[in-house]
Design a protein around this ligand. Structure first.
Ligand code: C2E
Ligand code: CA
Ligand code: CA
Length: 612
């Protein structure tokens, strides 16, 4: 600090004053009077200084104090500059300043000395004294010069302090205490400039659903996770040049001399690993993450801005395509543009009912009866055309819109059931399933909102099934499992979706007491192709039935897959072979048809009873 101060504040005796520079301070920054304080125990000295100063500049307004006990209070007042005598009778002027200034003075101080005193000058510098004047040298010109010099210097110093504080604020994230993206950007810019002929790779890494997780566990624990993630990355890539965090909790990492293939290899290695984090008050939990990377080879000229942007584009794509990592290529930009439009338009699309639902029927394997339907979101965007619902869900998750989208789906399901109930079309045991995203479940408001909706549509709730997936990655799977079970009192049933994929597996069965397990289409497909997969299919069926849980096989596209499902003992099937997802009106027709058949059965039954 002293060194920094010395370099800026040296120039005692007002000798180095640049008059022109000093003038600019008073003309531009200082209009009106300049308040000057003089602290000297000798009244005559005070008067002399005041007289000289007033003559030098009519704007100088001088207040002097020679009563030493009154001096401390004056130092707390707002002056533009102060002259302080080093020898105040019994009191040492520097001591007075040391005792009464908290840290650096709030205005420039000029020390009046009787002689050159190196020890005092050193102490004075530490205190941040702006200038020294030997009393024997006092003249109108010298005093004026010193005032101008000190105030000008002081202003420059303050400016530099502000700049340093601002730079600090820009380079360290105030919440996580990690380097900011601005800092990383600056660093990467320097790397590119200094080493134009070397490979530079920028990686953006992000924990899945970190925003939703954060809302669920609170900021303190979210920060802990992010700090542990940062440390983990630093350990995994010790050769990194810079590591920081964006405001959306993406970790930015830059490294050099790694070519494109090795960058891809590193991304693959990193993304395959499950993150094991420990929070003080929690059991260790696992999280997954994804990575986007951009690379500049020696023959390219990408800027730091471009590399950062491209790595984030790749990250976004890897997230929405549910791939562990992605390397940037220019085609990805189109994808990101689409996402941005989706994010922009979701809310309006919900209000305008542009987003709606088709229903895919589910049939009992034993008697081919219609036993349920799954609500599947559809959005025919005026500009983009039909949008993949997985993309809509993913964008909504990333932009904190999933709560709105989820409650829209839930209410649509309940209203559809209510309409069928009114028409007497809802046979006992038929279920309408609605998908619930993992990010929704992680949101602290989900269960409250769901309970409210189920309460409002009490009768319909008994025909509703909630399909959950990915919840194994929840921070608190036990609690979520319990909360889900709590919704049972409204009559809803719970299904585990996509069973057999990376997202839904055995662990989930332990935490969630499900009524139904839906086997993913990948299992159905594989079992039809290989004996080994068929054995697995069979074992899964047995295990799930042992838990007393119903099994739905998804993605049945061929008769051979249907035959296999029957042979293995699957309860319910859903797939293109039976029906593609259909509009609600068509599903209502199916229900009517089922009701007619039911009526016919009853009539036949009655006739045969009468006959016998
Ligand atoms: P999912 O929950 O696994 O839904 C089944 C998906 O498989 C649907 O795709 C459906 O159209 C498709 N499918 C059905 N039968 C077959 C078949 O025989 N062969 C093949 N290849 N596919 C079949 P879709 O409608 O594109 O939905 C994709 C995913 O989007 C859903 O997968 C679900 O995860 C999500 N999703 C859809 N609607 C919603 C929603 O309202 N909320 C939430 N959170 N997610 C939704
Ligand atoms: Ca589903
Ligand atoms: Ca599924």
């Amino acid at each position: 600090m002293v060194n920094e101060l010395e370099s800026l504040w040296l120039g005692p005796q007002g000798s180095t004053t640049d008059a022109e520079q000093s003038d600019s301070y008073f003309t531009s920054a200082h209009e009106g009077p300049i308040n000057i304080l003089v602290l000297d125990d000798q009244p005559a000295a005070c008067e002399l200084i005041a007289r000289h100063l007033k003559k030098a500049n009519p704007n100088y307004q001088v207040k002097y104090v020679h009563d030493v006990p009154c001096m401390p209070i004056e130092l707390q007042m707002g002056y533009d500059v102060a002259f302080v005598d080093l020898h105040l009778g019994e009191t040492d002027g520097l001591q007075l300043l040391e005792d009464n200034l908290n840290g650096l003075p709030a205005f420039p101080i000029i020390l009046l000395t009787n002689d050159d005193n190196p020890a005092a000058q050193k102490r004075a510098l530490k205190l941040g004294i702006a200038d020294f004047i030997r009393k024997s040298d006092i003249s109108q010109e010298l005093l004026d010069k010193s005032v101008r010099y000190s105030t000008n210097l002081f202003q420059q110093y303050q400016l530099r302090e502000q700049m340093t504080a601002m730079e600090r604020a820009l380079s360290v994230d105030p919440v996580t205490k990690l380097n900011t993206a601005a800092y990383c950007h600056h660093h990467i810019e320097r790397l590119l400039e200094e080493s134009p002929a070397r490979h530079v790779s920028v990686l953006s890494c992000q924990i899945h659903n970190i925003a939703a997780i954060g809302r669920g566990i609170g900021l303190t624990r979210e920060v802990e996770i992010l700090q542990q993630y940062n440390r983990w990355l630093a350990d995994q890539v010790p050769s990194h040049h810079v590591l920081g965090i964006t405001k959306d909790s993406q970790m930015i990492l830059a490294l050099m001399d790694t070519d494109e293939r090795d960058t891809a290899r590193l991304c693959r290695q990193l993304s395959m690993q499950v993150l094991n984090f420990n929070l003080d008050d929690n059991a260790p939990f696992n999280l997954a993450h994804c990575i986007g990377a951009a690379h500049r080879s020696p023959d390219q000229t990408s800027s730091a801005q471009e590399l950062l942007h491209h790595s984030l584009v790749a990250l976004q794509t890897s997230r929405s395509e549910r791939q562990p990592y992605k390397l940037y290529n220019p085609k990805l930009l189109k994808h990101v543009e689409r996402r941005a439009i989706v994010a922009r338009d979701i809310t309006k699309a919900l209000v305008d009912k542009e987003i709606y639902f088709d229903i895919q029927p589910q049939y009992n394997v034993a008697d081919a009866k219609l036993v349920g339907g799954e609500l599947l979101m559809r959005w025919n965007h005026p500009e983009l055309g039909l949008i993949n619902p997985e993309m809509v869900v993913e964008v909504a998750e990333a932009n904190q819109q999933i709560g709105t989208l989820g409650s829209y789906a839930l209410c649509s399901a309940l209203k559809a059931i209510e309409a069928w109930l009114e028409q007497g079309l809802m046979p006992h045991g038929l279920r309408l399933a609605v998908n619930v995203s993992a990010a929704e479940l992680e949101s602290p408001d989900y269960f409250e909102g769901a309970a409210l909706a189920l309460n409002q549509h009490e009768e319909a709730a008994c025909f509703l099934e909630l399909e959950v997936t990915e919840s194994i990655k929840l921070v608190n799977p036990q609690e979520t499992g319990k909360a889900l079970a709590g919704l049972r009192k409204y009559g809803v049933t719970i299904a585990i979706d996509d069973f057999g994929t990376a997202h839904a597996n055995l662990g989930q069965l332990c935490h969630i007491d499900a009524n139904t397990v839906k086997l993913d289409k990948s299992i159905v497909y594989a079992a039809d192709q290989s004996k080994r997969a068929r054995t697995i299919y069979q074992s899964i069926r047995k295990m799930i039935h042992a838990l007393g849980t119903k099994i739905v096989a998804e993605g049945i596209e061929t008769t051979s897959q249907l035959e296999l499902a029957r042979a293995i003992g699957i309860d319910v099937v859903q797939g293109y072979l039976m029906s593609r997802p259909i509009p609600t009106t068509e599903f209502t027709d199916l229900l009517k048809h089922e009701a007619d058949i039911q009526q016919a059965h009853i009539a036949l039954h009655n006739v045969s009873n009468e006959a016998s």
